[in-house]
Design a protein around this ligand. Sequence first.
Ligand code: NAP
Length: 352
Amino acid sequence: MTLRRRYVPPTWLKRIRDVAETKATRLLIIGAGPAGYTAAIYAARAGLAPLLVAGLQPGGQLTITTEVENFPGFADAVQGPWLMEQMRAQAEHVGTTIAQDLVTRIELGAHPFRVALDGGGAIEAEAVVVATGAQARWLGVPGERELSGFGVSACATCDGFFFRGRDVAVIGGGNSAVEEALYLSNLARHVTVVHRRDAFRAERILQQRLFAKSNVTVLWDHATEAVLGTDAARPVARAVLLRHARTGERRELAVDGVFVAIGHDPATALFRGQLAMDGGGYIEVEPGSTRTSVAGVFAAGEVADRIYRQAVTAAGTGCMAAIDAEKWLAHRGAEAPSAASYGPDYGTGRAA
Ligand code: NAP
């Protein structure tokens, strides 16, 4: 993976400084992954002059991804960080203000919604798009992080293609692990599912499909202790070190790829108790829309999606959220803040 140095145009720096003083916006977008940036592009082009708070990892999960081959529009693979820089530049180009800050508190109980930022600023927003994403859970074993992108992945749909005709392991025993294994069984030569117990918690129908696959083996009762790499200057995964849960016996399983599938954590702590969520902490939206349980708050991307989890689906729901927000604002007849409260000349807006 080639990480490019981020070019920060002076105008952008100026905007970041100024945003600390911003008091009001019609549309606040929280999160700078494909969902947030796409919502920003659509909202800006609809004349909403959105403010996007980018958080700690602008660009989201794609900034830690190497090659992206499945985002439409590029005949050749592109680098994840580069793709996200392009989305950010496009969002800014059409009129989004991006704040390199972190939302530390949000109050959705009264209107306008109020937001506190880590940098000391405060925002009042007529509408909010939540696009804070989700993080894959990792095992936390030696070698896993170091070899991430070099044989270790948390997304079979994203990276399975690179392991055509090779041997891979899938770690986990829930629906995600079984689905990842099923997907990989169509590409890889052999798939070994490594599970720490003697039974899956995945749905029975998925298990039946998995057991019917001739190129899938399940290793029950094995904990993964490490991912082992080659001796090359830039090591790639070559095996997983396993320990039998009952006997304690250790063994190496030689594989070319390791897919960690032990669940995801949506970044929804800020909204707990304020937005309806399912048992896994994912924000609930009305089917076929991005509307949450609070009018004027919309959710896009993986924060509300435990199934698809793709950059392109996140971008799609980001587009939906902008359209939903624009319609909601129009219907509500919200007054557009004046140029004095939000525009190129920040700092004179309503008191927060
Ligand atoms: P999950 O159901 O929480 O399963 C996580 C699996 O990872 C469990 O088998 C767990 O083992 C294992 N695990 C957790 N930490 C581990 C560790 N440190 N080392 C080894 N194994 C570890 O997560 P999920 O499969 O991602 O599913 C999350 C939710 O999304 C579920 O409600 C699921 O039904 C849903 N989902 C649905 C679909 C679908 O409908 N097709 C697809 C994907 C996910 P233990 O069993 O030992 O705890």
